[in-house]
Write a protein that binds this ligand. Structure first.
Ligand code: NI
Length: 233
C-alpha cells in the first residue's frame, strides 16, 4: 500500500513537473509562467482543444491572434497591404536600419533560414518592417535589405501605419535619445514571425535560434521537407 502511494506521488510529481516545463518552454512573450502553467494544465484536464503545434517556434496562447491587415509602402515606393502577400508565407522581422547590432544579426539569420529551406524557401518571402519611418525611407530600405537577401522586402509607412501594424503584431518600439549621442536609437522587441497564407502569425522565433532550427520549424509548418545536402533533387 505504501509502495503504491509512493509510486502515485512520484507519478504526480513527474506530471506536474512535466507540465511546468512544458509551460516554461511554450509560454508566449509577456505571458507569465504561472499563467502559462494554468493554461497548459487546463489543456490537460479541462479537455480544451490544444492549439496548433508551433513546430519549434514559440506557441501562441490559445485564442491569441497576431497579424492581419496592414497598409504600408515597400522599398520601391509602392503602396502594399497584406493582400499582396496573401496565399504565400512570410517571415517578418520588425526593426530599423540604423540599428547597430541586433537587427543586422536577425536579418542575417532570417535570410539564412530562407536559404536553408532550399527550394521550399521560394514559397517564403523574407520581410523587414521598419519601426523608424522617420529615417527609413523606401530608397534607404532598398539599399539596406539588398545586402541581406535578393528577395527581401522592406516595408515602411506613416507613423500611424507603422503603429497600426506593430499593434497587430504586438511589437513594442520606442525612440531612445541618449545625451551623448547625436542620433537616436530605437528600442524594440526582437522576434521573427512566421505568417501563413491567411496573413495570421503561425509561430514566432526567439532571436537566439539558429537559421537551421528556424528552417526546420518553417518546413514543418508549410509541410515541406528541408533540403539536405546530398539529397536528390
Ligand atoms: Ni534593432
Amino acid at each position: 500500500m505504501l509502495r503504491t502511494i509512493r509510486l502515485f506521488s512520484l507519478f504526480l510529481a513527474l506530471l506536474v513537473g512535466g507540465v511546468w516545463a512544458y509551460a516554461w518552454v511554450t509560454r508566449a512573450p509577456g505571458e507569465g509562467l504561472a499563467e502559462a502553467f494554468a493554461g497548459r494544465l487546463g489543456m490537460l484536464f479541462g479537455g480544451q482543444q490544444a492549439p496548433i503545434p508551433s513546430a519549434g517556434g514559440i506557441q501562441l496562447p490559445q485564442g491569441t491572434s497576431l497579424g492581419g491587415p496592414f497598409s504600408l509602402t515597400d522599398q520601391t515606393g509602392r503602396a502594399v497591404t497584406e493582400r499582396d502577400f496573401a496565399g504565400g508565407w512570410m517571415l517578418i522581422y520588425f526593426g530599423y536600419t540604423y540599428c547597430p547590432d541586433v537587427c543586422p544579426t536577425e536579418l542575417g539569420t532570417m535570410a539564412a533560414a530562407v536559404d536553408a529551406l532550399g527550394p521550399a524557401g521560394e514559397a517564403v518571402v523574407p520581410v523587414f518592417i521598419s519601426v523608424d519611418p522617420g529615417r527609413d525611407t523606401p530608397a534607404h530600405l532598398a539599399d539596406y535589405v539588398s545586402r541581406f537577401h535578393p528577395r527581401m522586402q522592406a516595408l515602411t509607412g506613416t507613423p500611424e501605419q507603422v503603429a497600426d501594424v506593430a499593434r497587430r503584431y504586438r511589437v513594442y518600439y520606442a525612440k531612445v535619445q541618449r545625451p551623448e549621442m547625436t542620433d537616436y536609437l530605437m528600442d524594440h522587441t526582437s522576434f521573427i514571425y512566421l505568417v501563413g497564407p491567411d496573413s495570421k502569425v503561425r509561430t514566432l522565433f526567439r532571436p537566439d535560434m539558429t537559421p537551421e532550427a528556424i528552417a526546420a520549424a518553417v518546413a514543418a509548418q508549410i509541410g515541406a521537407r528541408t533540403a539536405r545536402p546530398g539529397s536528390a533533387g
